[in-house]
Design a protein around this ligand. Structure first.
Ligand SMILES: [Fe+2]
Length: 301
């Protein structure tokens, strides 16, 4: 009798949780702020805006206007770690949302979802899907070249298996990046080798924070590592946190600022991302986010 009376209550609570995850939290954008001591003594501060995983579709007007509002942060550098679009018509929307942010120094890598349109799946699949390094579709069906060209035309550096350098706020910053390891497009060997010792800062950029790639960036001397892809777990448990990272990274570092290795020399920031797949339009205990990293001088001595 008691069990029978609990069933409607449990169903109502479940429906409320899904409604909250789909309507409220998915549009409850958070700006995370971190201070990162990675600059030479006496240098900085530098303000780095890290965005990732927008998975933009043309109807997501709240997301677009929130991205546009990030210009007010006056960043010295913008880093986009991929999965920006989820629809063939979203490239223009994404570039328009960035607006004047495109006039600032910027770098980017692509994610699998910039190449391949989302397909309908069980949303709970996010909880058990693992990083395979493979993809079951051969030909990209999203206009990733248009997305890439829009960002490079603005002067942003394409770091997909490439190195580069920028002057950021008067400091020389060396970058290396890899394409998405989640679908086996990473070619670290094309960027391998010691990072530019003459630069003031060395930054490694990737979509998916696979530990084997993080290890190589650290071994080559990159001091700040930036990634997305995990969505912070997307569906998290209060007081427990992330259930899955969708890659080889441990769940305790699924989002936020950590070190790599866990007690190692490099700072690792993993963005929980701005969006979701249109076919898994829910976030729970894991708000969509962008991050402002204020880079400051290391303590000397
Ligand atoms: Fe993503």
């Amino acid at each position: 009798m008691r069990t029978r009376s609990l069933i409607p209550a449990a169903a109502a609570a479940g429906a409320a949780a899904v409604g909250y995850a789909a309507v409220v939290e998915r549009n409850w954008f958070a700006l995370r702020r971190y201070q990162v001591p990675v600059l030479p003594p006496g240098a900085g501060p530098l303000r780095v805006l890290h965005i990732s995983d927008a998975h933009l579709t043309p109807g997501r007007r709240r997301l677009m206007s929130w991205i546009a509002s990030l210009e007010d942060l006056d960043p010295d550098l913008v880093v986009n770690t991929g999965d920006s679009i989820a629809h063939p018509e979203a490239v223009r929307c994404f570039l328009d949302s960035l607006g004047p942010l495109l006039d600032r120094p910027g770098v980017f890598v692509l994610g699998s979802n910039d190449l391949y349109a989302p397909v309908a799946v069980n949303p709970a699949r996010y909880l058990w899907r693992s990083s395979s390094g493979r993809h079951d579709r051969d030909d990209p069906d999203l206009p990733w070249e248009k997305l890439r060209d829009g960002m490079t035309a603005a002067g942003w550096l394409d770091l997909n298996n490439q190195r580069g350098g920028l002057n950021v706020g008067g400091l020389g910053v060396a970058f290396a990046g890899v394409h998405d390891s989640h679908i086996g497009l990473d070619r670290y060997e094309e960027v391998a080798g010691p990072a530019d010792a003459a630069a003031d800062l060395r930054v490694g950029v990737m979509h998916s924070p696979e530990p084997r790639l993080l290890d190589r960036f650290v071994a080559d001397g990159y001091e700040l590592l930036l990634a997305g892809h995990t969505h912070g777990g997307q569906l998290c448990l209060p007081w427990y946190g992330t259930l899955v990272t969708n890659c080889g990274l441990d769940r305790k570092r699924a989002r936020g600022l950590h070190r790599h290795p866990a007690d190692g020399p490099a700072a690792l920031h993993v963005s929980a991302g701005l969006g979701t797949s249109p076919f898994a339009p829910v976030r729970f205990a894991c708000r969509p986010e962008a991050s402002l990293l204020t880079l400051v001088a290391r303590e000397s001595g």
